[in-house]
Design a protein around this ligand. Structure first.
Ligand code: URA
Length: 420
């Protein structure tokens, strides 16, 4: 078997066998297949699609490319969540400490930024000292000790997806239902939880642009979950405008901290946290009444228990919690520029994808897979769609380190935030 034959087959719209998919996944994981060969095959899959059988084989082959975590020592209901990605999406960072504060074990493996969307791991790494790449043993120890650990995709769990994920990011092959479904479910199969809530985002700031495509994606992931004996439920989160007000790694961590401290809680972020959180807690067997669970979640925030759990997690993971106590300690970008509205009106649109792309341009995301992220840059929006703004009021604040990007950034923001 040769990788060239496999690429040729997919390029010519033929279906790949299980053996061919396994050959590719094994070879790419072991560095026997090059990035450019893998890129050619992924692009051919992106263009020509996969059958359900190919999707199943790809998902399980990626899941089996490393270790399959056994989390049964934490009980029979180990819950997890995964988002299909969004702009300003800090739901995991806020929600998982809340879940852990209910006494439900959280062992979470998250991803990095992809395309115009940010990633939980990059955001967590903006906390000085926070180590997202610990060993699986340490990961489990942390869950035993504090009830929660949030880490990146370590080398041993779904390593094939880790390589393919960052490759897709750098060859514009992200927004494909089958590739997303296999990427997410391979990680979930490997990550060991048996009850999973999927946050399927849709709209301008998501990979799925409408609810119909989001349903197709959810359906594919739920079917893959069934094959793997996982209980999978989906929650659909609209993502036309960014979630919350902050976009950019440190800025989003600060927004998440202020949420957990009950200082400021954006409505859309709160809704996502309550919807996903109540389903997770129900799946964990800690209640049936979703409305009652939502009230209990609010109580965990108001009592400070959720924030305490977050602090405990950060400390155990090596992070400096003095930054959580005083968010002013976070390193700021060199230039912080307010952009004012030049007319009064209603905010009609804040295209989340374009805001995400602007954040990437400022350095918050990667263009090439080896790019280093600039933690401090990003955008704060000051109004949400539907709100009134007066002439001269601040529309958005840009945080940047490269002053040569200032003029383009200001112009772009004025185009993105539509006032009428
Ligand atoms: N999240 C993932 O884990 N994989 C994707 O492909 C997209 C979003």
């Amino acid at each position: 078997m040769s990788i060239l034959d496999i690429i040729t087959k997919k390029r010519d719209k033929k279906n790949l066998t299980k053996e061919e998919i396994d050959f590719f996944i094994k070879g790419y994981t072991n560095n026997e297949i090059t990035d450019y060969q893998a890129a050619a095959l992924i692009m051919a899959i992106f263009i020509n699609g996969m059958t359900d059988e190919e999707l199943y084989n790809l998902t399980f082959s990626m899941a089996n490319s490393g270790e399959i975590l056994d989390l049964s020592e934490f009980g029979e209901n180990v819950v997890d969540k995964h988002s299909t990605g969004g702009v300003g999406d800090k739901v995991s960072i806020v929600l998982l400490p809340i879940i852990a504060s209910f006494g439900i074990p959280v062992a979470k493996m998250s991803g990095r930024g992809l395309g115009f969307t940010g990633g939980t791991v990059d955001k967590l790494e903006s906390i000085p000292g926070y180590n997202t790449s610990i060993s699986i043993e340490e990961f489990k120890q942390n869950v035993h000790k504090t009830g929660i650990s949030m880490i990146g995709q370590t080398l041993n769990l779904a390593p094939a997806d880790k390589k393919i994920y960052s490759l897709r990011d750098s060859i514009s092959c992200v927004d494909d239902v089958s590739l997303i479904a296999s990427s997410i479910m391979s990680k979930k199969i490997a990550a060991g939880a048996n009850k999973i809530v999927l946050e399927v985002t849709y709209g301008k700031g998501a990979f799925m642009k409408n609810i119909e495509d989001a349903r197709v994606l959810a359906n594919k992931m739920e079917t893959l979950g069934k094959y793997a004996n996982l209980d999978v439920e989906s929650v659909f989160t609209p993502m036309d405008e960014p979630l919350g007000y902050a976009i950019g790694n440190t800025l989003e961590i600060i927004e998440a901290i202020n949420f957990l401290k009950n200082i400021s809680i954006p409505d859309d972020l709160k809704n996502a946290v309550l919807e996903i959180g109540s389903k997770m807690i129900k799946l964990a067997g800690k209640g049936d009444d979703l409305e009652k669970i939502k009230n209990e979640i609010i109580e965990k925030i108001e009592s400070g228990k959720a924030f305490d759990k977050f602090k405990e997690m950060v400390q155990t993971q090596g992070g400096d919690i003095s930054y959580l106590e005083d968010v002013n300690k976070f390193e700021k970008a060199k230039y912080i520029i307010d952009i004012k509205a030049d007319k009064s009106g209603t905010i009609k649109e804040i295209n989340a994808e374009n805001i995400g792309k602007l954040a990437c341009y400022l350095g918050a995301g990667r263009i090439k897979k080896e790019d280093k992220i600039d933690m401090s840059v990003g955008i704060i929006i000051h109004k949400k769609v539907g709100e009134i703004i007066n002439n001269g009021e601040i529309l958005a604040t840009i945080h940047l380190n490269d002053i040569s990007k200032k003029d383009i950034a200001i112009e772009t923001i004025k185009h993105i935030i539509k006032v009428d």
